[in-house]
Design a protein around this ligand. Structure first.
Ligand code: NAD
Ligand code: UDP
Ligand code: UDP
Length: 317
């Protein structure tokens, strides 16, 4: 009989978490999906509920958790500025107390533990593109700090448990990722532009749209997660995972309009405080250590994302 690994995914009912659960089941694992449904929904994992190897658990990671698993992916945390700034104290607690609890659980079980960190640890970077060795330019008291500093502290905890308790850790710094099952109202740029374009509403460009981001399609990212978890224990990270193809926000808006055949106009709004001007991952380490690089072009990923939101809007309107 094949021995199934038992894998815990916190934040498993969210955008990335639901894709990860799907992938882990397809790879023959037993999956516990844990979520408090703050930004995630049961709908994201509804197709998995009939699988006997899938279990959905309502729980908040800021509280201790006692389950028996072999691997833990810690994704629980609101990820978009609107959501993480809604209750900033809770955001920091989720990152920090959540990390402590998942590390404590991993320590008791001697399980491998993966942290979904973020390019936000680099802040508004003055080094471009960003390698893992760059220590970042973060405002510790601004509106994004609850997320950025929470994630930085979680990385600190992961490396202290690694050094102090010899835990097997994996830390991924995720750059902007998009795809089906993004939250339609969480204010992130790809979901906003696609939904606005499909509804022929103005596309809201913050600032003059010259700021840049590099967009990774979700399937590419999940492949990177799985490779990092499977890598030798010496590969702790932090490792950047993202797509280095860089676009201005204005270019993205123009693509969304063109690809949906929309009548939408571009509308310029004030730039939010501390909004990073540029962002692009240096993925040399992921290439060398994991043999990983993204394969989906923005245009192809956007086509799938547009198809998802088109269907979603028809279903929910
Ligand atoms: P998401 O909001 O869709 O998913 C986060 C999930 O965590 C949601 O299902 C939410 O309900 C759950 N959650 C939040 N607080 C919780 C708590 N206290 N206890 C239990 N569950 C909780 O966002 P996502 O884009 O899927 O992000 C997943 C992870 O990846 C996050 O940790 C995020 O910081 C990280 N990340 C994402 C991106 C990206 O571009 N999507 C970029 C960098 C980092
Ligand atoms: N913890 C947990 N599940 C476990 C073991 C620990 O949720 O199976 C939590 C527990 O709440 C603890 C935290 O993880 O506060 C850190 O655990 P650790 O053993 O590192 O520290 P300690 O228990 O000594 O505070
Ligand atoms: N943005 C925008 N219009 C929107 C939503 C976002 O111009 O409707 C901009 C935002 O100011 C930022 C970029 O798009 O410069 C990416 O924003 P997002 O919230 O998706 O991610 P993050 O800022 O965390 O990279």
């Amino acid at each position: 009989m094949m021995l199934r690994k038992r894998v815990l995914v916190t934040g498993g009912a969210g955008f990335l978490g639901s894709h990860l659960c799907e992938r882990l089941l397809a790879d023959g694992n037993d999956v516990i999906c844990l979520d408090n449904f703050f930004t995630g929904t049961k709908d994201n994992v509804a197709p998995l509920l009939g699988d006997p190897h899938f279990e959905l658990m309502r729980h908040d990671v800021t509280f201790p958790l006692y389950v028996e698993v072999d691997e833990i992916y810690n994704l629980a945390c609101p990820a978009s500025p609107i959501h993480y700034q809604h209750d900033p104290v809770q955001t920091t607690k989720t990152s920090v107390h959540g990390a402590i609890n998942m590390l404590g659980l991993a320590k008791r079980l001697r399980a491998k533990v993966f942290q979904a960190s973020t390019s936000e640890v680099y802040g508004d970077p003055d080094v471009h593109p960003q390698p893992e060795s760059y220590r970042g330019y973060v405002n510790p008291i601004g509106p994004r700090a609850c997320y950025d500093e929470g994630k930085r502290c979680a990385e600190t905890l992961f490396f202290d448990y690694f050094r102090q308790h010899r835990l097997r850790i994996r830390v991924a710094r995720i750059f902007n990722t998009y795809g089906p099952r993004m939250h339609p109202n969480d204010g992130r740029v790809v979901s906003n532009f696609v939904v606005q374009a499909l509804q022929n509403k103005p596309l809201t460009i913050y600032g003059d749209g010259s700021q840049t981001r590099s967009f990774c399609y979700v399937d590419d990212l999940i492949e990177g997660f799985v490779r990092l978890m499977a890598a030798p224990d010496a590969v702790t990270g932090p490792v950047n995972l993202g797509n280095p193809a860089e676009f201005t926000i204005r270019q993205l808006a123009e693509m969304a309009v063109a690809m949906t055949g929309s009548k939408s106009k571009l509308e310029f709004r004030p730039l939010p405080e501390d909004d990073p001007k540029q962002r692009r991952p240096d993925i040399a380490i992921a290439g060398k250590e994991l043999g990983w690089k993204p394969t989906v072009k923005l245009e192809d990923g956007l086509r799938k994302t547009i198809a998802y939101f088109d269907e979603f809007l028809r279903r929910t309107s």
